[in-house]
Design a protein around this ligand. Structure first.
Ligand SMILES: [Zn+2]
Length: 402
């Protein structure tokens, strides 16, 4: 058997493959295709970028792709990273000293590290629901993380779930009424007040772009007598409004720690996985066996979270604390893609001072609008185009020549 270094070195030369060829492979559990098989050396098709996916690629993507072969590791289904690279038309290179596999094509880049949940995807920190595993000389990613998250981030044109429409956006300013959220007493600011202001600014921006925008609250109030009911109510409002997208707006806190700052983006934990916070020492395993309504939208939620993550950090120049998962009551019942954004820490003195100014809250709204714009652009780039009826095609201009 090849050593891992040799194996990944060899694969690096062969991995730029046509995903359509790989799609023809049959599911074979647990064996993966032989790295030396002719399939792997098939002539490659140029990699399609996330931006500007070709019509041919879109047409191919509209056909269902065969699942990648899976291997059972520690009781979970995993897919080999090199199979994933071939399917996504990424070139792989292995760095033994770092135990890192880098998969790259153009601007798309994924760095996987053996035995870690944190990966770098397109330059951003993503916390997977399962650790990347090294098994018999190859790296593996859990099937759930591949299918419900990484595939969406690297090749949204291959997502098999229907491309959602985007007309109605529901913004959810966190907390309200008797629940102030996080408070910074020295600056006399409350999360519930600041996030409502950001939501109103973001609403204005999105309305000028033609979206229908609904807020879960427009003033200082609780939406139900108990916290749990209040959170559930927000998803009910979004569903009743026919939301195509839901963004819950919050500010973070880690009192009494005043040094930690930065941006976190949360999605609802994928089925059968654990919340990011449950991985800490002494934390209970909070795995939910059943899927929640919002899990039907995992793939597009991942795209939405990635866009908001990237644009919020780019717009605010905050530290990247990652795209994480959590069993959040506010997201659980949604029937559309939904994300919770914590753009900064009110417990961090410098960030709290900035959040206290209207100009900075406008910057936050601008960054979130850019994230939603980027998500919308991705949807449009992969949305199947309906064929133009012949009657609407322009007629050739009459010729003046005899
Ligand atoms: Zn909050």
């Amino acid at each position: 058997m090849f050593s891992a270094a040799v194996r990944f070195g060899v694969l690096g030369r062969f991995l730029l493959l046509c995903f359509a060829c790989v799609a023809a492979t049959k599911e074979a559990t647990p064996a993966s295709p032989d790295p030396a098989s002719p399939l792997r050396a098939a002539p490659s098709r140029p990699a399609a970028g996330v931006e500007g996916v070709s019509g041919a690629t879109r047409a191919a993507a509209s056909r269902p792709l065969a699942p990648l072969p899976t291997t059972r590791i520690r009781g979970k289904d995993y897919v080999a990273a090199d199979d994933m690279a071939a399917r996504l038309a990424l070139k792989a290179s292995w760095e033994e000293s770092q135990r890192e596999l880098t998969l790259v094509a153009g601007a798309r880049r994924l760095v996987l590290t053996a035995e870690k949940r944190e990966v770098s995807c397109n330059g951003l920190r993503i916390f997977l629901g399962d650790a990347v595993r090294r098994h018999r000389g190859r790296l593996y990613v859990s099937k759930t993380d591949y299918e419900r998250c990484l595939l969406s981030l690297l090749r949204p044109d291959l997502v098999s779930d229907p491309v959602p429409r985007l007309r109605t956006i529901v913004l959810d300013p966190g907390h309200g009424g008797a629940d102030p959220g996080m408070e910074n007493n020295s600056l006399r600011i409350q999360e519930k007040v600041l996030v409502l202001d950001v939501a109103l600014r973001l609403e204005k921006l999105l309305k000028t772009e033609g979206y229908s925008v609904v807020l879960t609250r427009r003033d200082d109030r609780q939406l139900a007598p108990t916290k749990e009911a209040d959170l559930q109510r927000r998803a009910i409002i979004a569903n009743a409004a026919g939301a195509d997208l839901f963004v819950s707006i919050h500010f973070n806190s880690l009192f009494p720690n005043t040094r930690v700052g930065g941006t976190e983006v949360y999605v609802f934990t994928r089925q059968g996985q654990r919340s990011d916070t449950s991985w800490g020492i002494g934390q209970a395993d909070d795995t939910e066996r059943d899927s929640s309504p919002v899990n039907r939208h995992d793939a597009w939620t991942s795209v939405l979270a990635h866009a908001l993550h990237r644009e919020t950090i780019a717009g605010l120049k905050t530290a990247d604390r990652g795209h994480k998962t959590k069993h959040m009551a506010v997201l659980r019942g949604l029937t559309c893609p939904g994300v919770l954004v914590e753009s900064l820490f009110l417990s961090n003195e410098a960030e709290a001072r900035r959040a206290a100014t209207p100009a900075y809250r406008q910057q936050i709204a601008d960054a979130m609008a850019a994230g939603i714009r980027s998500y919308a652009a991705t949807l449009e780039s992969v949305r199947p185009k309906s064929p133009v009826p012949p009657a609407t095609l322009p007629r050739p201009a009459p010729s003046n020549s005899p």
